[in-house]
Ligand binder design. Structure first.
Ligand code: NAD
Ligand code: LMR
Length: 333
């Protein structure tokens, strides 16, 4: 039996025994720590590699004492990035600086673009087949940056690169459930577009159970979902942005990816992916996940007048953010 397991581990890259290795980059940060905690509880993960530029040893020691089967190792600094990534089947990236009040996500570009590009170069070198889940903002630009890095390295697989927009869905479910007086787990609502301000487009008309709101109330709810990140940034008053709800959302998205990777059928989650649904090269929509990554970006369906107006209004901003990421990565080459 042991021999069979060892053989399976050799045949399935990124697997430890039969379960995959997941690398978390930015693991000692505000998102990284609670996300590491949630991933340590996953029955689908064999090994968790916790990487950061500082403070990883303490986080890894702490998390490693939790009595689940996931093996945990800590890695600190660029010299150890290769070891952290080696053999990973999934890489989750919350590395980078968060917003302070008054900032837009795009104000983070100058610092986070370089961080994501460097980490993507590490992925291309050490685990080119891994699924890559980008959390670092501005997601509308950092995902195109990672794509360009992978293209240059000759390792780009559009099916395996995801901008994590799950927090927008989690928020939409929560706020809608408050209105409907139901359990948020019983709410399904697609959130499409991107992950910044007006590019976050919840399709309230497609909500299940149905949500009957007059146009002004629907516009208010849409604005609350679009501005929810800013609501947290203001409430934290300089101490950062959403971390705990983000960890919950990322753990849920990672779990969906791991289930699909393990062969579960019918897994659908919203994410910002390479897409032919619109004129833009990347777009967030419900995505059907399979063993090889994103199998299909699912059609966004019919929009009502309010949604169509918001959709039309977002396209130029989203196109600009994508292009900014592409140009940054091409200048770096
Ligand atoms: P944080 O400052 O608390 O943690 C970031 C961590 O990244 C730190 O531990 C830092 O040491 C580490 N880091 C910095 N440079 C690194 C590098 N080169 N390699 C590895 N690690 C590095 O910030 P946070 O609150 O965890 O937020 C992280 C990022 O996630 C921010 O850009 C934030 O805007 C973004 N975010 C995205 C979403 C989303 O929905 N996609 C939600 C919330 C936050
Ligand atoms: C969020 O939506 O909470 C994140 O993108 C962080 C932020 O800066 O708002």
């Amino acid at each position: 039996m042991e021999r069979v397991k060892r053989l399976a581990a050799q045949l399935l890259p990124g697997s430890v025994g039969t379960k995959p290795k997941v690398a978390l980059l930015g693991a000692a940060g505000g998102i990284g720590q609670p996300l590491a905690l949630l991933l340590k509880g996953s029955p689908l993960i064999g090994e968790l590699a916790l990487y950061d530029v500082a403070n990883t040893a303490g986080v890894a020691a702490d998390i490693s004492h939790i009595s689940t089967a996931v093996r945990v190792k800590g890695y600190t600094g660029p010299q150890q990035l290769g070891d952290a990534l080696q053999g990973a089947a999934m890489v989750v990236i919350p590395a980078g600086v968060p917003r302070k009040p008054g900032m837009t996500r795009d104000d983070l570009f100058n610092i986070n673009a370089g961080i994501v590009a460097t980490l993507a170069e590490g992925v291309a070198r050490h685990c080119p087949d891994a699924w890559v889940l980008v959390i670092s903002n501005p997601v509308n630009s950092t995902v195109p940056i990672a794509a360009e890095v992978f293209k240059r390295a000759g390792t780009y697989n559009p099916a395996k690169l995801f901008g994590v927009t799950a927090l927008d869905v989690v928020r939409a479910e929560t706020f809608i459930a408050e209105i409907l007086g139901v359990d948020p787990r019983d709410v399904t609502v697609p959130v499409v577009g991107g992950h910044a301000g007006v590019t976050i487009l919840p399709l309230l008309s497609q909500c299940k159970p149905p949500l009957q709101l007059e146009a002004s109330k629907a516009q208010q709810l849409m604005a609350r979902i679009q501005d929810a990140g800013t609501e947290v940034v203001q409430a934290k008053a300089g101490a950062g942005s959403a971390t705990l709800s983000m960890a919950f959302a990322a753990a849920r998205f990672a779990d969906a990816c791991l289930r699909a990777m393990a062969g579960e059928g019918g897994v659908v989650e919203c994410a910002f992916v390479a897409s032919a649904l619109t004129s833009l090269p990347f777009f967030a929509s419900p995505v059907r996940l399979g063993r090889g990554g994103a199998e299909a970006a699912l059609p966004i369906g019919a929009m009502n007048d309010l949604e169509q107006r918001n959709y039309d209004a977002m396209l130029a901003e989203l196109a600009g953010s994508i292009q900014k990421g592409v140009e940054f990565a091409q200048r770096r080459a």
